[in-house]
Design a protein around this ligand. Structure first.
Ligand SMILES: *[C@@H]1O[C@H](CO)[C@@H](O)[C@H](O)[C@H]1NC(C)=O
Ligand SMILES: *[C@@H]1O[C@H](CO)[C@@H](O)[C@H](O)[C@H]1NC(C)=O
Ligand SMILES: *[C@@H]1O[C@H](CO)[C@@H](O)[C@H](O)[C@H]1NC(C)=O
Ligand SMILES: *[C@@H]1O[C@H](CO)[C@@H](O)[C@H](O)[C@H]1NC(C)=O
Ligand SMILES: *[C@@H]1O[C@H](CO)[C@@H](O)[C@H](O)[C@H]1NC(C)=O
Ligand SMILES: *[C@@H]1O[C@H](CO)[C@@H](O)[C@H](O)[C@H]1NC(C)=O
Ligand SMILES: *[C@@H]1O[C@H](CO)[C@@H](O)[C@H](O)[C@H]1NC(C)=O
Ligand SMILES: *[C@@H]1O[C@H](CO)[C@@H](O)[C@H](O)[C@H]1NC(C)=O
Ligand SMILES: CC(=O)N[C@H]1CO[C@H](CO)[C@@H](O)[C@@H]1O
Length: 546
């Protein structure tokens, strides 16, 4: 046992000590992870080693800061809707969400009387621009992967990384998973001091308490002596032996919102599971059958084995490798992104994977002579909220500009919608989860995002603008005037909702969402909008003449 090992185990103990967790509450513990740059167990370097001294200091800093950041949104937690970071969508399944949340047992621990008075800074769901406006401290600076390494090649049994948005651990050796008690037992070979038990929530939106409250908490126990396995609090005898590695991930959180499906699960799942080339057993926590149905093609392509809903399993499943959690881009505010410097894959790999999975024909928009047809524009309509009230006029204007127009709502099966999207050169829609379907567009296609009123610039850019550019798509934005919003007709120009979105935001995400995301429709002013259509057309022509 090396000195470094001991040090490392001390860090482990400090970062996961049950006492600290009790003192602060789990919510606080999660919140503190914004600030705590520690690593549970790293024997292998993922990045530059982090000096151990700094690590310990940041733990303390993190714990001191916890009280400032402690937060809980009980009303949002209990609501029937998926609250989102700006991209709510009709693909919401209320009963599923209730069932997902119903098995989260620690609601009580997170709810305390003071927490009912939510201040704007405590509302982690609010767009960052509003948090900045109210001088809140937002975790922008926490971007780098935090890891430590002792360079010890002897013990490869456990590799963990903690990042701003995810925690992921890989256990090797004798690893046993008991679903009913949400326990993972892993034997370790080296000597051991410090605490060997910690909790994990395998969903890649760490820091968002509303989402993470909908994720089942798993307990990891490291056991030094394999004999002790038999003394665990359940029958740890291997009833099901598996010959392939397992991955545990949650389908709770914000799933069933199309944007979150991709940014929180599908993209992280791809970057984590792809390397197994299908030879991996998925263990799903927070059963979500509608999600499985929606993404069955992707799941089948990533795993050759029928997935197991692990939560109800009373039999112990045994593996030689178990990965808990999913990889995610380490920067806090980066959505729908794979940075190849942190991953063996890129966004291009992901999009190629989608094209293969759904047999999509168009890798890139047709160029030059090969384009014998008119460029096609897909207008994503929304039936209930942020709906266009003059879709026909928009379609006519696009037709006059030279496009062949397709109007569709993203509520058909994913496979057929993917095909529709991939057959188009331009996708147009109001800010919302439907725009996530840009992942199926051919390269060099154009995305036009329409911003409702309410101060959507930051969200629009974060959720779709930057991701579009990262996928080699061209991106245009059209911000409506107040007159183009149904809010003016409903409330009048002088009303606070029209005049001062930040005042509404100050009342929290729920108020903001109901005012601007749910309560608003859009009537595009065709005269104002025509130049945007012309620009999109020109972008495609320009490409063709190159
Ligand atoms: C949730 O749904 C149930 C039944 O569908 C309804 O009675 C209840 O009022 C809803 N709660 C909220 C917060 O919308
Ligand atoms: C949710 O749980 C209730 C009982 O707890 C059950 O009757 C219902 O079928 C479940 N819904 C889904 C979608 O699983
Ligand atoms: C967060 O909310 C608590 C009350 O729940 C309040 O005491 C605290 O000041 C708030 N923090 C910030 C940064 O506004
Ligand atoms: C935020 O800070 C700036 C500069 O310190 C100050 O002018 C502004 O009034 C502050 N805003 C709020 C809402 O406190
Ligand atoms: C380790 O954690 C467990 C539960 O997580 C706790 O019961 C135990 O007291 C802790 N041991 C030490 C040495 O901190
Ligand atoms: C064993 O499980 C029971 C409930 O299943 C629980 O009450 C008890 O605290 C557990 N004991 C240990 C040592 O984890
Ligand atoms: C699983 O493997 C272990 C260790 O090799 C063995 O003891 C056990 O009997 C096996 N269980 C089954 C059901 O095959
Ligand atoms: C928006 O349009 C949809 C579809 O026409 C309608 O159901 C909804 O009530 C409208 N919402 C508002 C706030 O006007
Ligand atoms: C999947 C799962 O663990 N479901 C459980 C949720 O909790 C209820 C009781 O509250 C159990 O009956 C379910 O089996």
């Amino acid at each position: 046992m090396k000195e470094k090992d001991l040090l490392y185990h001390t860090i482990l103990a400090r970062s996961f000590s049950k006492n600290e967790q009790k003192r602060l509450g789990y919510g606080a513990f999660i919140a503190s992870l914004f600030f705590v740059f520690t690593l549970c167990t790293i024997f292998k370097s993922y990045l530059n080693p982090l000096p151990t001294m700094d690590t310990q200091l940041s733990v303390d800093t993190g714990l001191r800061m916890v009280r400032v950041t402690e937060t809980h949104k009980s009303q949002a937690f209990n609501s029937n809707y998926t609250t989102t970071s700006g991209a709510s969508e009709s693909l919401i399944s209320p009963t599923t969400q209730n069932n997902i949340t119903s098995n989260v047992t620690n609601t009580q621990r997170l709810t305390s009387s003071e927490d009912d008075k939510l201040s704007v800074c405590n509302d982690t769901s609010l767009p960052k621009n509003y948090l900045d406006l109210f001088n809140c401290t937002t975790p922008t600076s926490i971007s780098n992967e935090q890891s430590a390494s002792d360079g010890n090649k002897m013990d490869e049994t456990i590799k963990c990384k903690k990042q701003s948005r995810t925690e992921i651990c890989e256990f090797n050796g004798d690893v046993r998973v008991h679903g009913k008690s949400a326990t993972i037992l892993s034997t370790i070979t080296s000597a051991f001091s410090g605490n060997s038990t910690w909790q994990m929530r395998p969903y890649a939106r760490k820091g968002d308490l509303v989402a993470m409250n909908r994720v089942r908490e798993w307990t990891v126990k490291l056991i030094q002596n394999a004999d002790h396995l038999e003394n665990a609090n359940f029958s740890s005898r291997c009833v099901r032996n598996h010959s392939v590695p397992a991955m545990i991930f949650s389908l709770g959180g914000y799933t069933m919102n199309n944007f979150h499906d991709f940014t929180d699960v599908v993209v992280p799942l791809f970057t984590t599971a792809r390397r197994f080339n299908g030879e991996v057993q998925f263990l799903v926590t927070n059963k979500n059958q509608p999600w499985i149905n929606k993404f069955k093609e992707i799941l089948r392509r990533l795993s050759n084995y029928e997935l197991i809903y692990i939560d109800g399993e009373d039999e112990t499943h045994c593996f030689t490798t178990v990965v808990v959690g999913l990889n995610r881009h380490p920067e806090y505010f980066k959505e729908l992104t794979i940075d190849p410097s942190y991953s063996e894959y890129s966004m291009s790999d992901f999009r190629r994977f989608l094209r293969d999975t759904y047999s999509l024909r168009n890798a890139a928009v047709s160029t030059g002579e090969s384009l014998r047809r008119k460029p096609r524009m897909l207008i994503i309509s929304r039936a209930r909220s942020r709906a266009f009230t003059n879709t026909d006029e928009i379609a006519n204007a696009a037709g006059e500009t030279g496009f062949e127009v397709v109007v569709a709502e993203a509520n058909t099966g994913l496979a057929s919608f993917a095909e529709t999207v991939n057959s188009c050169d331009v996708m147009l829609g109001v800010h919302g989860a439907g725009l996530t379907n840009m992942v199926f567009l051919p390269e060099n296609a154009v995305v036009i995002q329409i911003l409702p009123i309410g101060g959507f610039e930051w969200l629009a850019d974060t959720d779709f603008g930057r991701p579009a550019k990262g996928m080699n798509l061209r991106y245009l934005e059209y911000k409506i005037e107040a007159e183009e919003s149904s809010l003016v007709r409903q409330y009048g120009r002088g009303h606070e909702i029209v005049r001062d979105p930040s005042a509404v935001a100050k009342r929290g995400w729920t108020a903001f969402k109901s005012a601007y995301l749910v309560g608003q429709n859009v009537t595009v002013d065709i005269i104002r909008f025509k130049p945007v259509l012309a620009k999109a057309f020109e972008l495609l022509q320009r490409r063709q003449s190159v």
